[in-house]
Design a protein around this ligand. Structure first.
Ligand code: 26Q
Length: 825
């Protein structure tokens, strides 16, 4: 450390020099000035703080320069509006993207610490549920890495996705107090704050130019900005994720305060600040809670005000807005933005309605992430009218003019009008957010080819007739920085060595690996890397659950949210089938398997929680059975989150992507698995279809009914009992579940599962797909015994999934939807 002598010769004051200090020096300085510790008194967490600050310092200058460049060049910018950004940990990703990971590693090691251990001390930023939120995070990484002027807007939840623990086999939810020890990566921007109005009423004023609407008597809450830097990989660009936090507009209601009613005064303040308190943990069914609509409007209004302020600092001609601003709606959650932009333009900035509507329609685009009817957002008109009276009026007018247009195009089709109306009149008057999003956007996209086709032909078939050409596909992707480089350094180094570093910037270059699949030495090295990733995973699993896995076993992994349509139960049926074969001596040379599950159930999704419990009950029986030994093990990885995913994907052999065809919009875990050298067992659903196209049918295990066949089976009065009676192994497995074999202390525990599968119509056709799944799993087991062939196929998977880089995805959004260009600096 540099020191400066003072007059008192005993006191040496450490100084931070402004010269470029080597990283070890910076780490030591930060231990003192940021963690405020001497190295003798330091804890591991202090080293995390010192390392975080050291890496952060390398971003400041680039961050400021990026902002300056955007300001000077005034390019068209894209704003990604999302209620969720599932970022995970930042430290290693930032070091990697900034290109200083080796130096940080060295610096720490010179001081007696390991980067791998230091990064483990960071709490995940879990501001999302699953796929949709993680996609937003991958997109931020790709936009920054491609020098695209992109900003994320969302909510700074004080509590993110709940933390899951498993107690006696059951999911327990614990609060995720992720900000407890501070957040190194955020910067409060008190100067960026906006008032957000709620409630109140609308009064109409006649003026010479027509009626003006005024939103009056509204309550007000403040949105305060917190910025997080998003460093691009191998570029100077550092973009911004701006998250809004709610703050009461006034400290207390002074009237209550002066009356001595302190509690009441604080209560009101809390009610406002609750808006950004917690992420809603349900990812597939929507409940019409007022607080959720408040969250949506709160962050949308703050973001639109911020976007318009930035625009107005450079322009005074509103018609230019669509040349400078593209806003992407991540599902319908921020769809109220369509009405908010109209409100801002018409009521606040006094544009004429028609002009404002023309502009609005050129600014927005909407991404749909689901076809599931229970996940389509609608709001009761009464609730809406109470919270956002002016916006409901705006929506009525948008709807009125839209229905006129439809009636003009398709005269007299009143059924059509009622089907496409923003207001659903059949279920007690509700606002359909997807319709608002479609009508207010110039482009709507699905997230995989099959999904987009289903949008055009089913959910949005009417709209596709009304607005031909509006509906397009952009297949999802994942960032290779986190999902290869960072999580699988062994494989990354190997690829670097054999094909050079070009794939880091263009993942399609992985095709260069294809030829090496035929090289026995390469296959051996590839297997050694997989093996060491499996050992690392097994070690963690043993630490977390006490279950010891044999790394020679086939690691068969299903990690994703727990949902009936994703069919974790089908996987369980396979496990029980294997178990029965082993017990009855029919599986002498069966391939040893370790089946690993991970994922959270929405706290109110009772059946999903029961599925978790069943998996753990089955695990308890199977793992303890001495007749089974290493042949079959079942484990539940508790609290599946981004940092856990980084360990699980590289350690997987088999990727379970087994949703009923037509239900999973895309899936992105399927891509992460293949990129890390797992083979897929999957249905022709979501992006699996495109993975099949890329890797070839010999390198993937496809089973089950197709989307068309699913529709056909359902149309022909599907009867699950026929399958039950027609397949002895299936019957036996189901009988064991419902008969209490896995819940001896409570034999009826799994009745509801029997009900869902047999008496309630088996909505997701598990029984119809069972035989095909089992037969395909048998093939998987057989292939695994031929390690040369298995690794040949695994290598071909890695080589051929370059398409699924989110850089490719973002390139398509930039060209086909946003019309934004890469910035040069
Ligand atoms: C809506 C209203 C109220 C409360 C919660 C919600 C809500 C929150 C999150 C509804 C849905 C979600 C998340 C959906 C999601 O993650 N969808 C997934 O998106 C991925 C990225 O496109 C796809 O790969 C997956 O197939 C899709 O399931």
């Amino acid at each position: 450390m540099t020191t400066k002598q003072t007059k008192n010769p005993k006191v040496a004051v450490p100084v931070i020099t402004t010269e470029k200090t080597p990283i070890a020096q910076a780490l030591q300085n930060h231990l003192i000035f940021s963690a405020f510790k001497t190295s003798e008194a330091s804890t591991p967490r202090d080293w995390f703080v010192a390392t975080g600050h050291t890496v952060r310092d390398h971003m400041v200058e680039r961050w400021a320069k990026t902002a300056e460049a955007y300001n000077a060049q005034d390019p068209k910018r894209v704003y990604y509006l999302s209620l969720e950004f599932l970022i995970g940990r930042m430290l290693q990703n930032a070091a990697l993207n900034l290109g200083i990971e080796p130096e940080v590693k060295q610096g720490l090691s010179a001081l007696g610490h390991k980067l791998e251990e230091v990064v483990e001390l960071e709490t995940d930023a879990a501001l999302g549920n699953g796929g949709l939120g993680r996609l937003a995070a991958c997109f931020l990484d790709s936009m920054a890495s491609m020098d695209i002027p992109g900003t994320g807007y969302g909510i700074r939840y004080e509590y993110g996705m709940f933390r899951q623990s498993i107690s006696q086999g059951q999911q327990i939810e614990n609060p995720d107090n992720w900000l407890r020890y501070g957040n190194l990566w955020e910067f409060q921007r008190p100067e960026s704050h906006y008032p957000i109005k709620l409630y109140g009423r609308v009064v109409e004023f006649p003026t010479p130019k027509g009626t003006e609407s005024h939103w009056v008597d509204a309550e007000s809450v403040m949105a305060i900005a917190y910025d997080m830097p998003i460093p691009g990989y191998n570029t100077e660009t550092v973009n911004t994720l701006r998250l809004w936090s709610a703050k009461a507009a006034r400290e207390f209601d002074l009237a209550h305060f002066n009356d001595g009613n302190y509690e009441k005064a604080v209560e009101e303040r809390n009610a406002y600040e609750n808006i950004s308190k917690v992420l809603y943990p349900n990812d597939a069914s929507v409940l019409g809670r007022e607080l959720r609509l408040k969250q949506q409007y709160f962050f949308v209004s703050a973001s639109i005000q911020d976007i318009l302020r930035r625009f107005l600092s450079k322009h005074d001609d509103w018609t230019v807005l669509p040349d400078k601003v593209a806003i992407q709606l991540n599902d319908t959650h921020p769809a109220i933005a369509v009405a908010e932009l109209m409100y801002q333009l018409v009521d606040v900035h006094h544009l004429k309605w028609d002009q404002a509507w023309k502009i609005t329609g050129k600014v927005f685009a909407y991404t749909n992430h689901t076809l599931m009817p229970e996940a389509l957002e609608t709001w009761a008109v009464d609730l809406f009218a109470n919270l956002l009276p002016r916006h409901l009026g705006i929506i009525y007018r948008i709807n009125h003019e839209f229905l006129q247009l439809v009636n003009h195009k398709f005269p007299g089709d009143t059924d059509l009008l009622s089907r496409v109306s923003i207001i659903d009149e059949n279920n007690g008057r509700r606002v359909r957010m997807a319709h608002l999003a479609v009508i207010g956007s110039h482009t709507v996209n699905g997230v995989a080819a099959l999904h987009s086709e289903l949008l055009r032909t089913t959910l949005f078939a009417d709209f596709n007739r009304i607005f031909p050409g509006k509906f397009i596909n952009i297949t999802n992707g994942i960032t290779p920085r986190r999902w290869l480089n960072q999580c699988n350094p062994g494989l990354t180094k190997l690829i670097d060595k054999v094909i050079g570093p070009d794939f880091h910037r263009d993942l399609s270059k992985l095709r260069g690996l294809e030829a090496l699949a035929e090289d026995a030495d390469f296959r051996k090295t590839f297997r050694e890397i997989k093996r060491s990733n499996k050992e690392r995973l097994a070690k963690r699993l043993e630490h977390l659950t006490g279950v010891r896995l044999n790394p020679n076993a086939l690691f068969d992994v299903q990690i994703k949210r727990i949902h009936e349509y994703k069919r974790q139960l089908l996987n369980v049926l396979h496990i029980i089938t294997l178990y029965n074969r082993i017990r009855s001596g029919q599986a002498k040379d069966v391939t040893p398997r370790a089946v690993i599950f991970g994922g959270k159930a929405a706290p109110g999704y009772w059946l999903a929680k029961l599925i978790i419990r069943l998996i753990n009950d089955v695990a308890a029986i199977v793992n303890e059975d001495s007749a089974v030994g290493d042949k079959l093990k079942v484990v539940y990885y508790p609290n599946y989150e981004v940092s856990a995913a980084e360990l699980l994907f590289p350690g997987s052999d088999l990727s379970e992507q087994i949703s009923t065809a037509g239900t999973e919009a895309s899936g992105t875990g399927n891509m992460k698995m293949a990129l890390n050298g797992a083979l897929t067992i999957g249905t022709l659903d979501g992006a699996n279809v495109e993975i099949l196209e890329e890797v070839g049918k010999d390198n993937i295990f496809i089973f089950g009914l197709t989307t068309e066949e699913v529709a056909e089976v359902k149309a022909n009065q599907y009867n699950p009992w026929d399958y039950y009676h027609g397949n002895a192994e299936l019957k036996q497995a189901l009988d064991m579940i419902t008969g209490g074999f896995f819940s001896v202390d409570e034999p009826d525990r799994y009745q509801a599962i029997g009900e869902a599968l047999l008496n309630n119509g088996d909505h997701y056709l598990l029984l119809a797909d069972y035989a095909s799944y089992i037969a395909t799993q048998d093939e998987v087991g057989k292939l695994y015994q031929n390690q040369e062939e298995w690794s040949r196929k695994a290598i071909l998977n890695v080589a051929r999934v370059g398409k699924f880089s989110s850089d490719r995805t973002i390139g398509e959004y930039a060209d086909k939807i946003w019309g934004v260009k890469r910035l040069d600096h």
